[in-house]
Structure formats: structure tokens, C-alpha cells
Design a protein. Structure first.
Length: 77
């Protein structure tokens, strides 16, 4: 999966890809507090360390290409 991760606001991180495969959706559903935003065609996960750790554990080995938005990278460095 090619995944783009971006900061939506101070509470949420958005996950976007062209197509979410069924097994990827099931994996994302394992992240506590996540929600689907149909108008954006994106998953939102809480902007917390534990959610990011859960996401990484859940999607490890599934991501072919990871694109992290510059604003999120700046904030994390």
C-alpha cells in the first residue's frame, strides 16, 4: 500500500491512499479511536503517540511507500 500521512489538526492525523484493501482496512480498524471520513476518503486516527505506535505495529510490512506531510515531519523533529 502507498500511504500518505498528514496532520489534519491538533487532534487528528489523516491516512490517505488511492485504494484501501480490505485487509488494510481491518488493520486500521485495530487502532483505537480511529474513524472513517467518507467526504475526504480518509481514515483519521488520534494524534497521540500510542495511536501512532498502534498504526505502525498494525501496518508494518504492508506499506510499500510512505509519504509523510512536511508539516507533520517538522512537528515530530
Amino acid at each position: 500500500m502507498d500511504l500518505r500521512i498528514a496532520k489534519k489538526d491538533d487532534r487528528w492525523i489523516s491516512l490517505n491512499t488511492i485504494v484501501f484493501a480490505k485487509n488494510d482496512i481491518e488493520a486500521i480498524k485495530g487502532v483505537a479511536g480511529r474513524k472513517w471520513m467518507p467526504e475526504d476518503k480518509a481514515w483519521l486516527i488520534p494524534y497521540t503517540i500510542s495511536s501512532l505506535e498502534q498504526l505502525w505495529e498494525t501496518l508494518q510490512g504492508r506499506i510499500r511507500r510512505l509519504d509523510i506531510a512536511p508539516d507533520l515531519l517538522e512537528e515530530c523533529s
